[in-house]
Design a protein around this ligand. Structure first.
Ligand code: NAP
Length: 462
């Protein structure tokens, strides 16, 4: 079957999965792509992670829609790879499998009190306000007056901004209805945003920092001492100029100069501050923090505890210190780096070990949870390049069940209701129609059962 297309399964319908599919479908040789996702909906973090008040970022889905319109593309939503179909079964049905499953869990802080009621991961909160089915039942006690957000990456900025926003501004976004109602009743007035190192080492990007200063209901408070650069930071910026850090410092100086504007909420930025203990009988009542000084080290400027402690009277803590990928049954996993061990996208049996033929990886599960959405494009292109090179030199295993209908038959026999792209389009139209009532781009359905009910009704429509 010389003309038979190369059959590739891509697992994970987020940005990296779509960019891998896009590059595969752009080739001169015939390639057929089946894109799997455990949810009935596509787009991964673009739907479930990107903040609702960032619609421009979300509009990248138009690019993914074009990929899905390719005749050799099929969507297999509502299918959990590793459970509904094993990694080994995928290998039998496809020449190659590209794992693009992202990083679904969080890094832990490893401090006492982390599990007290009122202490949450940013992932839970982000998933909740974005209507992600995994987090739809979470509850956050927004009756508290003060909250702390630990970490100064862009996710921490999203969480802080959503907590400090005017709910009327959020109402016209695709934020979940439950979250919108809870935020309307929120009593949170003070949000401490804690960076363990200095402002020059913060992970947030400048547009996200500037947005804090544009919130109509919130003052941004910066401590003058945090903006006095220490010797290690000055030396580091001299040897390695950092435009983003310079811009951030300028923005922060602007916040300091502006002072308080008498707005009802406050975002208190605290740099060189580490969380030490979350305390309270039964639930969070305070966060004990420790001051740090900065020191040069071979790994860059590092925080070193001074021993000085302070207490922040907060009733809520959001830990936003980075994501962590989870392993998939039957696929190698490097527990230390929390990635699938790989060489430019070729999965390896162990870190630095032998190549696993026909197995590839793209996105956060390949390189770790870093970069913006666009970063996943060159990343996926590199992976697909390796895959095509291997196909060219005959290094891909021949599937034993290459018939495109075989995988559908297997899943159907197991009682899996596979959601096709057409099904998703019906759900999409339903959500967009429901959102129009409140002037929002969509009203997300957060219950997968309800999503499937809408889809089944649409299938029966004439
Ligand atoms: P991130 O950018 O890696 O930031 C993690 C933050 O947590 C850093 O400030 C880090 O400080 C801090 N941290 C780590 N361990 C800590 C500890 N034990 N105690 C205190 N602080 C600790 O991660 P993220 O915010 O989850 O974002 C993930 C990726 O998504 C990033 O590439 C981000 O830019 C991207 N993203 C982009 C957007 C956007 O474009 N608008 C929105 C959301 C996310 P150190 O630097 O000291 O380690």
């Amino acid at each position: 079957m010389a003309d038979a297309p190369l059959r590739v399964a891509v697992v994970g319908a987020g940005p990296s999965g779509f960019y891998a599919a896009e590059h595969l479908l752009r080739q001169e040789r015939a390639v057929a792509v089946d894109l799997f996702d455990r949810l009935p909906t596509p787009f991964g973090l673009v739907r479930g992670g990107v903040a609702p008040d960032h619609p421009k970022i979300k509009s990248v889905t138009r690019v993914y829609d074009k990929v899905a319109a390719h005749p050799a593309f099929r969507f297999f939503g509502n299918v959990t790879a590793g459970r509904d179909v094993t990694a080994e079964e995928l290998r039998r049905h496809y020449h190659a499998v590209v794992w693009a499953v992202g990083a679904a869990a969080d890094r832990a802080l490893d401090i006492p009190g982390e599990d007290l009621a009122g202490s949450h991961t940013a992932t839970e909160f982000v998933g909740w306000y974005n209507g992600h089915p995994d987090f739809r039942d979470r509850r956050f006690d927004l009756g508290q007056e003060a909250a702390a957000v630990v970490g100064v990456g862009n996710v921490a900025m999203d969480v802080t901004r959503v907590l400090a926003s005017d709910p009327d501004d959020l109402a016209t976004t695709d934020i979940s209805r439950t979250a919108l109602d809870a935020l309307r009743a929120s009593k949170v007035r003070t949000i401490y945003l804690l960076g363990r190192r200095g402002p020059a080492q913060a992970a947030f990007t400048n547009p996200e920092l500037k947005e804090l200063g544009e919130l109509p209901l919130a003052d941004v408070v910066v401590r003058a001492e945090d903006l006095e650069l220490d010797a290690a930071t000055r030396a580091s910026l001299e040897t390695t100029p950092d435009r983003e850090a310079e811009k951030n410092l300028k923005t922060l100086r602007g916040f300091l100069d502006r002072g308080l504007q008498g707005r009802p909420r406050r975002i208190e930025l605290r740099f060189c501050t580490s969380p030490l203990r979350i305390e309270g009988p039964g639930r969070v009542e305070r966060l004990v923090v420790g001051a740090n000084r900065l020191e040069a080290s071979p790994r860059g400027v590092q925080a070193v505890a001074t021993g000085q402690e302070a207490v922040l009277p907060v009733g809520l803590v959001f830990r936003s210190v980075g994501y962590r990928a989870l392993p998939v049954d039957g696929v190698p996993f490097d527990d230390q780096r929390a990635v699938m061990p790989n060489d430019r996208g070729r999965v390896l049996a162990t870190a630095g070990g032998a190549v696993v033929p026909g197995s590839y990886v793209a996105g956060w599960i390949k390189r770790g949870p870093s970069g913006v959405i666009g970063t996943n494009k060159p990343d996926a292109v590199e992976t697909v390049g390796c895959l095509l090179e291997d196909a060219e030199r005959g290094a891909l295993p021949e599937p034993t069940a290459p018939d495109p209908d075989a995988i559908l038959a297997l899943l159907t026999a197991r009682g899996v209701d596979v959601v096709s792209w057409r099904d998703w389009q019906a759900l999409d139209a339903h959500e967009c129609g429901a959102g129009a009532a409140r002037g929002a781009p969509r009203e997300k359905i957060t219950d997968p059962g309800e999503m499937l009910a809408v889809i089944r009704r649409a299938r029966q429509a004439p």
